[in-house]
Design a binder for this molecule. Structure first.
Ligand code: UT7
Length: 323
C-alpha cells in the first residue's frame, strides 16, 4: 500500500558517505574464472568491474563515519543506527551494534533485511522514527555479497559485489523531504532468488529480470501518486543497480529519460542494499541535485521485495534544534 507520511515532524538528509573495498575484479578477471566475455557482460548487464572484499561492519563504519562527518552532527544526538543488509557478519548480534560502538555512538542499533530494497526500507523507517520523536538517525545500506556468491556460476558471479552507502537523516520542523513511499514484498517468489543459511546465492535470472521491471514500475508509480507529484517533474531517479537493461526498461515504462537516472553499476556491480545509496551519493557529489528537486528512489530484490520513495531535496525547512 502507498502511504503519505503522517505527523508534522519531517526529516531531511544532511550528510552521506560511501565505501568500496579496494580490490577490483574486472570482467577480464572473470574471463579467467569461467566461460564468459567482457563483451557479453557489458552488453547484457552494463557492468565493467566491481569491488570485492571487506566485512559488512568494516564497510559500514567507513561510509557511516563519512556521513556523520559531512553532516557535522553532534554524535550524542544520533538516536539510532539502522543498517540494511542481507549479509550480516554474524547471525547474532546485529552488525549495526558493532558499527554503533566503533563510531562512538550511544543509541539504538538494529539491522533490517529487505535484500536490494533494504536501503529504501531503512530510509522510510528512519522517517518513521523521527516522526515519533527521534532526532537524528544514521541510515546505512551495506552488502558483502562476494562471500555468498558461487564464483563458478556465471549466471550470478558476473553481477554481485560489495559496498556500502550511508546517510544521516535529521528532524526538521514541517513535513520534510519524504513526500510519498511504497514498500512491498511477494513471498511467493522466494524460489527465484535465495541463499540458505551458510549457502550461496541461487538465482533464476530471466524470471527475476521479468518481475523486476514490473515491480519497479508499479512501486514507483505508487510513490509518485502518494506524493501527489507529476512523474515528469522527477529530476533524478535512483534505481537499484542490478542490470542497466532493467533500469532502461523501467525508465522507459515510467516515461523518465535515462539521462535522469543515477547509475554506478558499470564500476560497482550489484551491491544489493548498498546500490541505491552508492548511486545517490555519486549523483549528489556530481551536483546533479539542488534544493527543491524531486528525487525518486526505487529498488527491488529477493523476497521479492520492492521499495520506493519520493523526496523533495532539502525538504524546505530548517533542522530542529536539539531539546
Ligand atoms: O538484485 C536483484 C538481482 N538480480 C537481478 O536483477 C538479475 C536479473 N537478471 C539478469 O540480469 C539477467 O537475466 C542475467 C544478466 C543474469 C542474464 O542475462 P540474460 O540476458 O537473461 O541471459 P540468458 O540467461 O537468457 O542467457 C542468454 C545466453 C545463453 O546462451 P544460449 O542459450 O542463448 O546459447 C546463456 O548460456 O547467454 C549465455 N550466458 C552467458 N554467456 C556468457 C549466460 N550467462 C553468460 C555469461 N557469459 N556470464
Amino acid at each position: 500500500m502507498p502511504h503519505v507520511p503522517a505527523g508534522t515532524r519531517g526529516a531531511v538528509i544532511t550528510g552521506w558517505g560511501t565505501a568500496l573495498p579496494p580490490k577490483v575484479l574486472t570482467n577480464h578477471d572473470l574471463e579467467q574464472m569461467f566461460d564468459t566475455s567482457d563483451q557479453w557482460i557489458v552488453e547484457r548487464t552494463g557492468i565493467r568491474e566491481r569491488h570485492v572484499g571487506g566485512t559488512t561492519v568494516g564497510l559500514s563504519i567507513e561510509s557511516g563515519r563519512q556521513a556523520l562527518e559531512m553532516s557535522g552532527v553532534d554524535l550524542a544526538e544520533i538516536d539510532a543506527v539502522v543498517l540494511a543488509t542481507t549479509t550480516p557478519d554474524r547471525t547474532v548480534p546485529a552488525s549495526s551494534a558493532a558499527v554503533q560502538h566503533e563510531l562512538g555512538l550511544r543509541c539504538g542499533a538494529f539491522d533490517i533485511n529487505a535484500a536490494c530494497s533494504g536501503f529504501t526500507y531503512a530510509l522510510v523507517l528512519a522517517h518513521g522514527l523521527i516522526a515519533t520523536g527521534a532526532r537524528k538517525i544514521l541510515c546505512i545500506g551495506t552488502d558483502t555479497l562476494a562471500r555468498i556468491t558461487d564464483w563458478t556460476d556465471r549466471n550470478t558471479a558476473i553481477l554481485f559485489a560489495d559496498g556500502s552507502g550511508a546517510v544521516v537523516v535529521e528532524a526538521v520542523d514541517g513535513p520534510g523531504q519524504l513526500l510519498g513511499w511504497d514498500l512491498d514484498a511477494d513471498g511467493s517468489a522466494e524460489r527465484f532468488l535465495y541463499s540458505d543459511i551458510g549457502g550461496l546465492i541461487h538465482m533464476e535470472g530471466k524470471e527475476v529480470f521479468r518481475r523486476a521491471v514490473r515491480i519497479m514500475v508499479d512501486s514507483a508509480q505508487k510513490s509518485v501518486a502518494a506524493a501527489g507529484v507529476d512523474i515528469a517533474d522527477i529530476k533524478l531517479v535512483v534505481p537499484h543497480q542490478a542490470n542497466i537493461r532493467i533500469i532502461d526498461a523501467a525508465c522507459e515504462r515510467l516515461g523518465i529519460p535515462m539521462e535522469r537516472a543515477a547509475t554506478v553499476l558499470h564500476r560497482t556491480g550489484n551491491t544489493s542494499s548498498a546500490s541505491i545509496p552508492l548511486a545517490l551519493a555519486d549523483a549528489l557529489s556530481a551536483g546533479r541535485v539542488a534544493d527543491g528537486d524531486l528525487v525518486l528512489l526505487v529498488g527491488f530484490g529477493a523476497g521479492m521485495t520492492a521499495a520506493s520513495a519520493v523526496l523533495r531535496w532539502g525538504g524546505g525547512a530548517e533542522p530542529v534544534n536539539p531539546l
